[in-house]
Design a protein around this ligand. Structure first.
Ligand code: PLP
Length: 425
């Protein structure tokens, strides 16, 4: 029976039962973590051979003869640009390969536009009073961190099943102080949503009042499928070109969750107009990024097909973990009417909505029982989840055994927090 259909006496009985179960878990002295969206140890092992791939002088040469051990090549070695371009779905001429982090490239891009106008005649964003950024929410907390750092007012945009609310976006971009939007268009963090064709086309056709409005298209999970029927995402660059809007998108990706987070290769892609401004900044910032690491990646994968084949091995490891999360929720919380969630087809998270007004309490109860979850609210700008209901579960890092235990704790805490709430009303 769903909790909402029980009477008060039944709630009190359930509460007593749950308190007893909760105390039993606390005595188990658990130390588990479902907060970190990082690959598990078994996934990291998949890429270990990459570290033993370059041995001789000749191994260090790129296809055009550069020695990767030395300075130079600002925008990345050609063979790495090729793979990253295939990943993003653009011509390699549009790509800049960077260092170990796409987030770093996003930060640098915003920082660049703060200081130098991306469109001639527009003021640098630093000079725009009351500058604003659109933030589909729930979303990636570190995106919001960047725009908060640069003093943008962040405007939450509701996420629907097919992507962000385009009606709202089309309205907001009429304001010239709205300078951009954060997007994770495929297997979004945290909901695992892929933007529909219609949403991508509406993005491409946007007519923002600010000529320097930019779409930050963070395609971090573009090949991170969990099933054999992957989602399809329209190519934003092709759609923008058709709409005469080639300068709108700036795309980012990396191999962080393909090889090694923090030791992977990151890349971005943009139109020549955008790249001119961005590369001008990089010329002062660095002589060139880690080409040996780029080369390691190229030799390890061969080409983009090789990279996709490698992702199949990740899928074999990850699919059962996501299956376990969904099965536990279905078994223990859905029949009680306590959660809603979507089963993701890819990505790194399962996004759960618990009873309104209880997310913070669930996270706190889990913590006291030895299970760490992402802070409630973290997936919203200013950490403000208006319904206090959203919790991000990251099932990749724990072993199956630990994940099972952690989910059992989560389910008890979600029930306990709900009963407390119902009894307090
Ligand atoms: C949507 C999204 N973008 C970017 C990153 C970070 O990527 P990188 O390691 O390339 O900086 C993450 C990491 O969790 C992410 O979820």
């Amino acid at each position: 029976m769903q909790y909402k259909d029980m009477n008060k006496v039944q709630w009190i009985i359930e509460h007593h039962k749950l308190i007893k179960e909760y105390k039993e878990i606390q005595r188990m002295d658990l130390s588990l973590n479902m907060a970190r969206g990082v690959p598990g140890k078994d996934q990291l092992t998949l890429s270990l051979p990459m570290l033993d791939i370059i041995h001789s002088d000749s191994d260090c040469r790129t296809i055009d003869g550069s020695d990767c051990r030395n300075y130079g090549v600002l925008d990345g070695i050609p063979e790495c640009k090729r793979i990253m371009a295939d990943m993003i779905g653009v011509n390699p001429t549009m790509v800049m390969v960077g260092g170990n982090s796409s987030l770093n490239m996003m930060f640098d891009t915003i920082s660049c536009f703060m200081n130098k106008p991306v469109v001639e005649g527009c003021p640098a964003w630093n000079e725009v009073k009351d500058r604003k950024f659109l933030c589909p929410a729930p979303g990636y907390d570190r995106h919001f961190g960047i725009t908060e750092y640069f003093d943008f007012e962040m405007i939450p945009i509701q996420m629907n099943d097919d992507g962000p609310d385009m009606d709202a976006i089309e309205e907001y971009v009429k304001d010239p102080t709205v300078k951009g939007i954060w997007c994770v268009p495929k297997y979004s963090n945290p909901q695992g949503i892929t933007y529909s064709d219609e949403v991508v086309r509406r993005f491409a056709r946007l007519k923002p009042a600010a000529k320097d409005f930019r779409i930050m298209w963070d395609n971090a999970y573009c090949i991170h499928h969990l099933t054999d029927h992957p989602d399809e995402l329209l190519n934003i660059f092709e759609e923008c070109e058709k709409a005469g809007n080639s300068d709108l998108p700036i795309a980012f990706c990396s191999t962080s969750k393909i090889t090694f987070p923090g030791s992977g290769v990151a890349a971005m892609a943009a139109s020549p107009n955008n790249m001119k401004v961005i590369k001008h900044k990089y010329r002062f910032q660095t002589i060139g990024y880690d080409k040996i690491n780029m080369l390691r990646h190229v030799r390890f994968f061969g080409d983009f097909e090789g990279m996709k084949a490698h992702m199949e091995k990740h899928r074999e490891i990850l699919a059962p973990r996501f299956e376990l999360v969904c099965n536990k929720l279905e078994e223990k919380l859905v029949p009680l009417g306590l959660v809603s969630y979507r089963k993701p087809n890819g990505g790194y998270f399962v996004c759960v909505d618990v009873m309104d007004g209880t997310a913070k309490r669930v996270v706190a109860l889990c913590k006291q029982a030895g299970v760490v979850l992402t802070d409630a609210g973290a997936t919203y700008p200013y950490k403000n989840d208006p319904r206090d209901s959203n919790i991000r579960i990251a099932p990749t890092a724990p072993t199956m055994k630990n994940l099972r235990k952690a989910l059992d704790v989560f389910c008890i805490c979600a029930r306990l927090a709900a009963i407390e709430r119902l009894l307090s009303e």
